[in-house]
Design a binder for this molecule. Structure first.
Ligand SMILES: Nc1ncnc2c1ncn2[C@@H]1O[C@H](COP(=O)(O)OP(=O)(O)OP(=O)(O)O)[C@@H](O)[C@H]1O
Ligand SMILES: O=C(O)[C@@H](O)C(=O)CO
Length: 430
């Protein structure tokens, strides 16, 4: 990539979230590439309108998340980035320590500018924000399945309060009544937030039209924080202002066949994933890992999964899953500790994915953000090109710069996709 200006730079706090955003930007006409971490100097990237730098910073120590995000911002700044979007989860996954607040604060200090507009709204997937409260479908966040998330249980729907607890700059609200009045009203309210000395404002949005208004206002400044909905708003504003000429086509070619066996690796325990796994059981051989055995002797359990795959891969796709219901997850965490359980299961699933690719698998679906992070890191993938959409927020991805030839992958956020997601994904991967 030799260009000296970049219309939109994005720093995503996990890999599935990054591909969700890359999908949204591509559909909105921005030529987009997703890199895994800050790209190495020699990585040959195509000429693009947007780069999504995928980090694995959602559930790590705040200081490390800040350092990684600032590194990514420096890389984007060196490419003349005009605006940076810090991509967080549409369900605002975080704890009182972070990382949405600390990273937004640090990026604001690095980029300058007034209060940062923050909204996780993504109406296409049922995430809306009204009077600062986040809804998942018709349920407030704290009553939704996210209250039982294995790593970041979300027990407060009031995002002004949630962000304020993890941020040093003070948090205001730009409500739906203001957004409905248009871009100038949002700008005026942002000025009021600045005058009150606050560093960020949660912005309500219940429909894509709201996000286009917010996107246009956000482009006045160097930084915003949000999910794919805000990405859509920014992309629409970039196109409407003539700063980007929309590209068409190209996504289908990204999914051209790569051959080889296919597999699905599942570490998400979300309600949507559990339903998808149940549906997959009628179609594919599924191995459910024994998580107690895995924690006692990970390599033996990984070997069991690979033996299962060896016996079946010749005949069709196989599924390996660690997923369990919230009560079982809670019981396992009570015995071994939340962080240790999560990390060790992710690493075991990454071992399984590596073993599968050694056995020739070239089409791989991974479910779960942290799980995808562990798998993509283990496979050493430097970047992805963005293909057609399988379900809202989940595109077919083609590896770029990976020795040994391209692979097709899909990284599914826990809560995304309908019950038939896994079959649909494999059907679109040739
Ligand atoms: N049986 C299990 N018991 C306890 N923890 C598990 C189990 N299976 C998987 N996990 C852990 O649960 C976590 C699931 O997080 P992950 O981000 O992969 O999925 P998700 O939260 O549903 O997806 P997203 O972050 O995209 O919403 C991982 O750390 C994984 O290792
Ligand atoms: O925003 C979302 O919901 C997803 O892209 C995601 O980040 C889930 O991990």
């Amino acid at each position: 990539m030799t260009q000296t200006t970049l219309a939109l730079g994005c720093i995503a706090d996990d890999y599935t979230g990054a591909s969700d955003l890359a999908n949204t930007l591509t559909r909105a006409g921005l030529r987009t590439v997703q890199t895994i971490g800050v790209p190495a100097d020699g990585l040959d990237l195509p000429e693009v309108d947007a780069v999504v730098v995928a980090l694995k910073s959602r559930s790590i120590a705040p200081d490390t998340a800040v350092a990684l995000s600032l590194d990514a911002q420096r890389w984007l700044a060196a490419r003349g980035v005009a605006h940076t979007l810090f991509k967080v989860c549409s369900t605002f996954d975080s704890t009182d320590q972070g990382n949405i607040g600390p990273v937004t604060d640090a990026l604001r200090a690095a980029c300058g500018g007034g209060p940062v507009l923050v909204t996780p709204a993504f109406p296409e997937t049922g995430r809306t924000v009204f009077m600062g409260h986040l809804f998942v479908g018709s349920q407030p966040l704290h009553e939704s399945p996210l209250k039982d998330h294995p790593l970041n249980p979300m027990r407060d729907s009031n995002l002004v309060r949630v962000l304020d607890r993890q941020s040093s700059g003070g948090v205001g609200l730009i409500d739906r009544l203001t957004v409905a009045q248009g871009v100038d009203a949002v700008r005026a309210r942002r000025d009021a937030v600045a005058a009150a000395g606050q560093g960020a404002a949660i912005v309500d949005a219940v429909a894509d039209a709201d996000l286009a208004i917010i996107g246009a206002a956000a482009l006045d400044g160097p930084l915003s924080t949000g999910a794919s909905g805000l990405g859509l708003g920014l992309a629409r504003a970039l196109v409407a202002s003539g700063r980007v000429t929309p590209a068409t086509g190209g996504a289908e070619a990204v999914a051209r066949p790569v051959g080889g066996p296919a597999a699905i690796v599942v570490g998400s325990c979300s309600k949507a994933t559990l339903e998808q796994l149940a549906a997959a059981e009628a179609l594919f051989p599924v191995l459910r890992l024994d998580t107690d055995a895995l924690l006692a002797d990970p390599s033996a359990e990984v070997a069991r999964a690979l033996a299962f795959a060896d016996a079946r891969l010749g005949a069709g796709p196989v599924v390996v899953a660690s997923s369990a219901t919230p009560d079982k997850v809670a019981a396992l965490q009570a015995r071994h500790g939340r962080a240790a359980v999560g990390h060790r299961i992710e690493q075991a699933l990454a071992d399984v994915a590596a073993g599968l690719t050694e056995r020739g698998v070239r089409r791989l679906v991974v479910a779960g953000g942290e799980t995808s992070g562990a798998v993509v890191d283990r496979l050493g993938i430097p970047a992805f090109l963005v293909g057609p959409e399988i379900a809202p927020g989940v595109p077919v991805l083609r590896t770029a710069g990976l020795p040994g030839g391209d692979r097709l992958m899909a990284l599914k956020s826990g809560n995304f996709g309908g019950p038939d997601f896994f079959a649909k994904a494999l059907a679109m991967m040739g």
